[in-house]
Design a protein around this ligand. Structure first.
Ligand code: ADP
Ligand code: MG
Length: 469
């Protein structure tokens, strides 16, 4: 199968839904007469939704339409009481755009506003099969979302994942969506086809739904590549259809033949006016644009961070916000990032926490760094006490005082200890003086042991050199 894969090129395009609302409240407690399709009720467009659409579109380098309209998409599904969804068909709010992932540009075809449907809960099943009945939760119905459609520009499941991750970063940074895949605030339909290498004509695509994590996205696409290769190799044809990813079984299953646009009988939504967006409106939103992930990465690299460190921090929104606060408070960026990528990251990973769930504040990290810079404590002591700071929210200076950890920089005091170590280890001293240079580390270790790591390392080195001669 590996060899066969070499014969084919993979083509992937994603349709990503970014939801602008938070969920989690009790089922069916946030519904309105409009959602339920009561007779005579009329929908109203929320201006903030248009603001968010423009903001996200600009962040995706999209052309913003000066004129757009809403359309009715008709279909029956139990999570859609009205029997139609208000969407945008041929005049979306955002036209062509693009984003960059690791030096490659992925085109955005369009992004349009639409209302969300409700959610079906299939009771007693793994979400795919085996359920006897389903419950409807309409909290989400009627809430706004932006559907972002990419060009078929991705060539591997990993690229699809990177694109999706960057998209999530962007919607988080502009503040329109928390980007949580598991909770459904961000959802994606993955379109994938294969074609023989060198071919100019794309193959027939399958559309995969129900991918609820980055891992699932990659796995579903991997599975689909092999399924399609097998069909083609056996002389068959891939059919255009919608397939569901079953995360437990690790397979995609045919759900329904793919419907075409005309099946939905789109027509202009009579209950909402077409929308006119002035240049002034767009400019106003542009002026409010927060720093985007790409710009943040560049700024961090300008401060001396490696590309890797900058990317890791930017990829975790909370961490980047924390780091920005630390920088704002004037801390040395390299020292801060070393703590964040080292001890702090290890602690958070072990405790399965995000930085905001820990008790460490930016102020406390900055204080710790300043204690090290002032040589009140050594870097090593800093590394030891950061765990307490994360767990208890203690200030570095309080821990240092309580535990007597301040650095010994007084040469006289260190000299005494060095002498003590020399006296206690006559045979090592003899061996060292006889040419066994490697033993130097042993003496440093002994002095550090005597001082519980508190001796100023530079002074220890200097005095040991002098006194061992
Ligand atoms: P639909 O609603 O019918 O799925 P859209 O235009 O909203 O149509 O989305 C189509 C998606 O499929 C886009 O992301 C596009 O890039 C992708 N796509 C189109 N053709 C192919 C193909 N041959 N292989 C893979 N992806 C494709
Ligand atoms: Mg689709």
């Amino acid at each position: 199968m590996e060899d066969l894969r070499e014969k084919y090129e993979v083509v992937i395009g994603l349709e990503v839904h970014a939801d602008g609302c938070e969920f989690g409240n009790e089922q069916n407690t946030e519904i309105s007469a409009i959602t339920l399709g009561m007779p005579g009720v009329l929908p109203v467009l929320n201006k903030a939704v248009v603001d968010m659409g423009i903001l996200t579109g600009l962040a995706l380098n999209c052309e913003i339409a000066h004129k757009c309209k809403f359309d009715r998409k008709q279909y029956f599904y139990p999570d859609l009481p009205k029997g139609y969804q208000i969407s945008q068909y041929d005049e979306p709010i955002c036209g062509k755009g693009h984003i960059n992932i690791n030096g490659k540009t992925i085109g955005i075809t369009r992004a349009h506003l639409e209302e969300d449907a409700g959610k079906l809960v299939h009771v007693g099943s793994d979400g795919i099969a085996g359920s006897n009945y389903s419950l409807v939760d309409l909290n989400r119905a009627g809430t706004p979302l932006l559907e972002i459609v990419s060009e078929p520009d991705m060539r591997s499941p990993q690229e699809a994942r990177e694109y999706m991750e960057e998209l999530r970063n962007i919607v988080r940074y502009v503040g329109v969506c928390d980007g949580n895949l598991e909770e459904g605030s961000m959802r994606c339909d993955a379109n994938i086809s294969i074609m023989p290498k060198g071919s100019k004509e794309f193959g027939t695509r399958a559309e995969i739904k129900n991918v609820n994590s980055f891992k699932a996205l990659e796995r579903a696409l991997e599975y689909e590549i092999y399924r399609q290769i097998e069909i083609v190799e056996e002389g068959g044809e891939v059919v255009q259809e919608t397939r569901l990813w079953d995360d437990n079984a690790g397979v995609t299953r045919s759900m329904r033949g793919k419907e075409d646009a005309h099946d939905y009988r789109y027509f202009p939504e009579p209950d909402l006016m077409p929308l006119e967006i002035s240049q002034e409106w767009i400019d106003r939103i542009k002026a409010s644009m927060p720093e985007l992930p790409e710009q943040k990465r560049q700024r961090y690299m300008g401060l001396g961070l490696s590309e890797y460190d900058a990317s890791v921090i930017v990829a975790q929104y909370e961490l980047a916000m924390f780091f920005d606060k630390v920088l704002e408070l004037g801390a040395n960026p390299k020292m801060a990032v070393n703590f964040m990528m080292g001890e702090i990251a290890a602690y958070l990973k072990e405790q399965k926490l995000s930085i905001n769930d820990s008790k460490l504040t930016p102020e406390n990290l900055v204080e710790l760094i300043s204690l090290i810079e002032k040589a009140t404590i050594s870097n090593n002591i800093g590394k030891q006490i950061i765990a307490d700071m994360l767990a208890n929210g203690e200030k570095a200076s309080d821990i240092v005082e309580k535990k007597g950890l301040s650095q010994i920089s007084d040469e006289g005091a260190i000299k005494e200890i060095v002498q003590k170590v020399i006296d206690a280890n006559p045979s090592q001293v003899e061996a060292y003086r006889g040419g066994k240079d490697k033993l130097f580390g042993f003496f440093v270790g002994q002095v550090m042991k005597e001082t519980k790591g508190r001796a100023n390392p530079q002074s220890v080195n200097k005095l040991l050199k002098d006194m061992l001669g």
